[in-house]
Design a protein around this ligand. Sequence first.
Ligand code: ADP
Length: 593
Amino acid sequence: MKNIPYIIIVLIIASAIWGLSGYQKAQVIKDVPISQIANDVKDKKVKEINVEGNKVIATLKDNKKESAYKEEGTEIQKYGITQKDVTINVKNPNSGTALMNFLYLGLPIILFVALFFIMFRQAKSGNMQAMSFGKTTAKLFSGGKKTTFDDVAGLVEPKQELSEIVEFLKQPEKFQKLGAEIPKGVLLFGPAGVGKTMLAKAVAGEAGVPFFSLSASEFVEMFVGVGASRVRDLFQKAKRNAPCVVFIDELDAIGRQRGTGVGGSHDEREQTLNQILVEMDGFETDTRVIILAATNRPDVLDPALLRPGRFDRKVVLDLPDVKEREAILAIHGKNKPLDEKVDLKKIAQATPGLSGADLKNITNEAAILAARADETEISQKYLDEAIEKVMLGPERKSHVMNVEEKKIAAYHEAGHAVVGHVLKHTDPIHKVSVVSRGMALGYTWSLPLEDKHMYSKSKFQDEIAQLLGGRVSEMVFFNEPTTGAQNDVKRATKIAREMVTIYGMSDLGLISLGDRDELVFLGRDLGEHKNYSEQLSSSVDKEIMKFIDEGQKKAKEVIEKNKNTLETLAKKLIEIETIEGKELDDILTGKTK
Ligand code: ADP
């Protein structure tokens, strides 16, 4: 469609050239008086005569042409030209020329009109785009396969809370009769990928109503006021389509506390947020529009959003536990040809801390791996590989370490493994490897026996020691630090800082000291970070150092005591690169020497 104007322009030029060439051809014919043609006929110079209306064209024997006009209505014989001397063809003057006239004159005009028409239309649609700038970008999901609560594994309590909303959407009278006001907004809290969007979709699916979905960041544009206008439009659209469910993802993008922003965009955010508050207040209780919003940072939301009449229901979605993980895997494995021997329970046990989205990703990765190997079924092997890929990053087999690097990496990982194995509060070691994954040169993978919701101080301390075990091992065996421990040091410091500033586990006592990371989130915590003195600040640093030092000492003690085990493991690692299962256990427990 876009090319049509160009095609028309080319056609116009082509027709102009064609017309011009026709004109030039006409020029070759010489205009002469009719008497001259008569003389030429007499002199037998003429091959044939064509008469078209009043025009007489003589073709001479040397193929030159002459033309002349005769008087209206007079026959050609009157000029002394007779059939006896020459062939005379008489043509209907209107037959050819009508078409020619049309082509010469009409076609360009038609082409010009078409061109203008198209240009006009395009300009108009451009205008329309400008007009729809303030309109909502919410996407409507209706038709297609409905998501229902059965598609969502686990999340028992959230489903229970939300089934009330489903009932209200289906039979509002039941509630209204008793004077019950149904919440207008429900806020879904939870980390990324736990199924907030899915659950919102399932509410609409269960109630059989349209589902509008958009991300809060879609409200905010470069121009102030657009967001508010989009909010108005969204709510109008929703009311027109009532009963319906509107889902606003990442509400914190606009729902952050007002008056705290740093940087230019907060004005617009505030206006947008105000508009949402106004619109939600303006809802009649019988408007069957339910706003579901999702966020993973409830702490930064504006309190005004959370008061009754707005998002007064809060539903918390947690990361799935081992049973839920198994159920999620079952849902996502349903449409995939899993091998009979696949043990979903085992996968669920090996994936603590992963969200529903991660688990979906694992089944998908496994399917891709199996397809790449030209298999018809997905076997456990591919699922295990997928778990490692998702949890630890992709393997980089091509990343070849030189002999020296590999040796250091092996002693480093063996250090983690031995400390992790010996200390009481660390998770069992599952696998040790010196194959690069993601950014790491090697990895020690420990897995908890069961999901944990509470951590003790000793666990944190042992974890710090395990993290530092790699570096300590390097120091014990090579007496020189390398950059390999960079990430370990960072993670250990983070744990130590949290022990001091968040969990109150240090000698400073039970005190919570604002998390400095919050600073990244513009504004809100600028004040909080300053709410303790420089003196306390330096005590915090000392406490952190203390935990790190203790961890380092503990790791060193363990490594000195188990030097032989560590060396056996490191040598085996250099030889076969990856060790797991019984082989690993035997080395760690000293059975293999
Ligand atoms: P969020 O909105 O919380 O970030 P989503 O709802 O977009 O997460 O979830 C991402 C994907 O993860 C979903 O499409 C779904 O396939 C999968 N998923 C997450 N939680 C579950 C669950 N409890 N049951 C089934 N699938 C889930």
